[in-house]
Design a protein around this ligand. Structure first.
Ligand SMILES: O=c1[nH]c(=O)c2ncn([C@@H]3O[C@H](COP(=O)(O)OP(=O)(O)OP(=O)(O)O)[C@@H](O)[C@H]3O)c2[nH]1
Ligand SMILES: [Mg+2]
Length: 203
């Protein structure tokens, strides 16, 4: 059993990551176990840069393997916004409701067939031996005109998966992980991590 710190302040992400790792011999520790660690400053220009800087920051402070997630929503009609600023779209510390309201206002004149968008997720794993592994996932969808569903977090109630005819907020965690950017990135990370462990055993 190895212990991994899930290095995120977002409780929605912790739940999804813990559910995805539940079948593995991994103990998931959340950041509330480490209240003295200062928050990482997310000043990267890309999801990858922010994921790596968060994982590195928390690995240095905990001395433990850390898994960080940087993710966000890219809306085509907004030239990819809010992107890396998704959590702060309606200002620093903005609520999900405020970000959703701003998104709906920005898309008010955009017809349904032009409301295409995708979620992106980059995961970074850093361990005290200096390993740095990254993995990505994306999920395509469209933005509705009003929220549907109560699950998930963030923009989930507005994000429709056309194939499933459900928003991400109308899915269980397991259903969301099966199709989401984060679920895909977690599966890619599991493969990358297994390969890394195998190669280092042989070395
Ligand atoms: O509806 C959503 N379903 C998702 O599955 C999802 N994944 C990301 N997002 C949005 O993108 C921001 C990430 O920003 P972010 O990576 O900086 O995370 P965060 O600031 O919330 O926590 P931390 O991990 O940085 O501590 C989040 O706050 C959300 O607005 C999502 N919205
Ligand atoms: Mg953040």
């Amino acid at each position: 059993m190895i212990s991994i710190v899930v290095a995120t302040g977002n409780k929605g992400k912790v739940k999804e990551i813990a559910a995805a790792l539940a079948a593995l011999p991994v103990e998931v520790l959340a950041l509330d176990k480490f209240p003295a660690i200062p928050e990482a400053e997310e000043n990267g220009d890309t999801f990858a840069a922010n994921a790596v800087l968060k994982a590195t920051h928390y690995a240095l402070h905990t001395g433990m393997p850390c898994l960080a997630d940087d993710s966000g929503l890219e809306v085509d009609a907004l030239n990819g916004a809010p992107g890396v600023y998704s959590a702060r779209y309606a200002g620093p510390g903005a609520t999900d409701e405020a970000c959703n309201a701003k998104l709906l206002a920005a898309l008010a004149d955009v017809p349904q067939n032009e409301r295409t968008a995708r979620f992106r997720c980059v995961l970074a794993y850093v361990d005290p031996d200096g390993a740095l592994l990254t993995a990505e996932g994306t999920c395509e969808g469209t933005i509705l005109r009003e929220p549907r569903g109560t699950g998930g977090f963030g923009y989930d109630p507005l994000f429709l998966l056309p194939g499933a005819a459900k928003t991400m907020a109308e899915m269980t965690i397991e259903e969301k992980n099966a199709v989401s950017h984060r679920g895909q990135a977690l599966r890619n990370m599991a493969t990358t991590l297994a390969r890394y462990i195998h190669e280092n055993r042989r070395a």
